[in-house]
Design a protein around this ligand. Structure first.
Ligand code: ZN
Length: 105
C-alpha cells in the first residue's frame, strides 16, 4: 500500500491509499478517485514542496497560487509550513498507532 497526497482541480488536498503507483494511475484515469470536498474526479498527486536550501527561515513560503498547493501554505512563512508538515506527520503516526491497536484487539 502507498499513501499519496492528492489535489483536485479546485485546490483541495487529501490523502488516499493505493495498492501501488500503477493502481493509482488506473483509478485516476477511470475517474474512480474523487475529491471528498467537491467530488471532482480531476485529481493528481500534490506537488512536492520546493527545495528550501538557502531560504531564510522567516521568508514567505515560495508557494504559487493555484491548484495543487495546500491552502494552508499560502501566505505562511517557510518555518510555519515546515511546522505544519511536522504536525501532520505526528497526526499520521497517531492514526497508525490507533489502527494497529484496533487490528490487534
Ligand atoms: Zn475538491
Amino acid at each position: 500500500m502507498i499513501l499519496y497526497t492528492l489535489a483536485c482541480d479546485q485546490g483541495h488536498t487529501f490523502d488516499s491509499w493505493f495498492a501501488n503507483s500503477a493502481a493509482y494511475d488506473k483509478q485516476v484515469k477511470r475517474s474512480l478517485v474523487t475529491c471528498p470536498v467537491c467530488n471532482s474526479a480531476k485529481v493528481e498527486k500534490a506537488l512536492m514542496a520546493p527545495r528550501l536550501s538557502g531560504t531564510k527561515k522567516g521568508a514567505p513560503a515560495p508557494v504559487p497560487a493555484g491548484p495543487g498547493w495546500p491552502p494552508y501554505a499560502r501566505g505562511k512563512s517557510v518555518l510555519e509550513c515546515v511546522h505544519v508538515v511536522l504536525d501532520e506527520e505526528w497526526a499520521h503516526h497517531g492514526f497508525c498507532a490507533r489502527d494497529l491497536d484496533l487490528l490487534r484487539s
